[in-house]
Design a protein around this ligand. Sequence first.
Ligand SMILES: Nc1ncnc2c1ncn2[C@@H]1O[C@H](COP(=O)(O)OP(=O)(O)OP(=O)(O)O)[C@@H](O)[C@H]1O
Ligand SMILES: [Mg+2]
Length: 363
Amino acid sequence: MATIELKQVEKKFGESFAVKPLDMTINSGEFIVLLGPSGCGKTTTLRMISGLEAVTSGSILFDGKDVTWLHPSARDIAFVFQFFALYSHLSARENIAFPLQAQSVGRDEIKKRVKEVAQMLKIEHVLDARPGSLSGGDQQRVALARALVRRPAAFLMDEPLGALDAEFRESMRAEIKRLHIDQNATSVYVTHDQVEAMAMGDRIVVMSNAEVQQAATPTEVYNNPANLFVARFIGSPGMNLLGGTYADGVVRLPGDNRYTVPESWRGALGSSLPADGRVVVGFRPESVSVHAAGEIHSTTFANDLHGGYTMLHLQLDRDHIVHVRAGREMRHQINDTVHFDIKPDSVRFFHPETEKALQNGRG
Ligand SMILES: Nc1ncnc2c1ncn2[C@@H]1O[C@H](COP(=O)(O)OP(=O)(O)OP(=O)(O)O)[C@@H](O)[C@H]1O
Ligand SMILES: [Mg+2]
C-alpha cells in the first residue's frame, strides 16, 4: 500500500502539453480511475507515476518520499497494459514466476507465491500451458498474476480489458476490483469507458485536453458534474442539456417552453449568469416525470424499448431532442404530444460561457 502524490506534474512533448500541471493525491488502498477520451493524457499520467515517462516538471511522491527521478524498478509498482506481452516459449507458471526470479526470490517462496496468486485468479488448471493455447481471458489473468505476484505497493493498469470481448470485460472488471480489495493495493486504472469507470472507481478523475475536469466519487461525478464536458461524457446517454434564457424565476426553453426554476436555485441564477440571462439547463434521463400536467411539452420522436425500461426521445423543436427514461409500459406513437416535468432535486444549471456548473449553496 502506498499513498501517491502528484504535485504540479506536467508533461510536454515539444511545445504541446500531454498533461497540464496536475495536482492529485491517491490515498493508500484507493482505486482511482483515470477516465477521458483518446489523447487526453491518461496514459502519459500513468507512465509518469510509474517512472516509464520522465516528467517535464513537478514532483511525484510515494508515501511522502520523492520518487520523481527514481527508476521504475525502484518504485515498487506493477504495470499492466492492454496488450499484455507474455513470453510465448514459457508456460503460464514460468511467466508468473519470472519477476520473482529476476528479484532472486528463493525457489520455495516462488512456488508458494505462484500457487497463491493462481488460486486467487482461478488459473491453477492452466499453469502448465503455453500462453498461445489459452483463451484471451486466461492470458489476461496470467498477465495479472505476473503483476500481482510481486505484491507491489501500487498497481497501475492501462486499459487492461480493452482487448477482451464484452462478456469477459464484465467478469474481469469484477475480478480486478475484488483483487484490489483483497490485496489492499493502491490502484490507478486507465479507461476511456465511463461505464467501467463508474463500476470500478472509488474515485474517478475525468480528463480532457490534458487537464483534469473533475475528480470525485462516481456518484458525485454523475449527480453533480463540474462542467458541461463531464455532464456529456458521463452517462449513456449523457445529461440532457438545453440552452435557454433566464428571467424572473423562469427559463425560456426551445419549442416555446417555459420552465419554472425551483426556489432554491433562483438566487444562483440571478447572480451568476451573463447579463442577457443565457443558461444551460441539465437533467438526467431518469430525472423526469412524464404526466399530462407537466410544464414542458414535446412530441415523441422515437421510443426504444430496453427490456427493463423505455427510452423516450422527445423533441422540443426541430433541433432539440431530450432523452427521458420511462417505465417499459410507456410507449407513444411517433409525434404524440408528451408533457413532462424535471424533478426539482435533480435539475442542474451551467454557465453558457465558462461551461461550469452553478452552485446553489447547498453543495
Ligand atoms: N511519445 C510521444 N511523443 C509525442 N507526443 C506524444 C507522445 N506520447 C503521447 N503523446 C501525445 O500526448 C497526448 C496524450 O497522449 P496519451 O497517450 O497520454 O493519451 P491517452 O489519454 O492515453 O489516449 P488513448 O485513450 O488514445 O490511449 C496526445 O496528444 C499524444 O499524441
Ligand atoms: Mg492511452
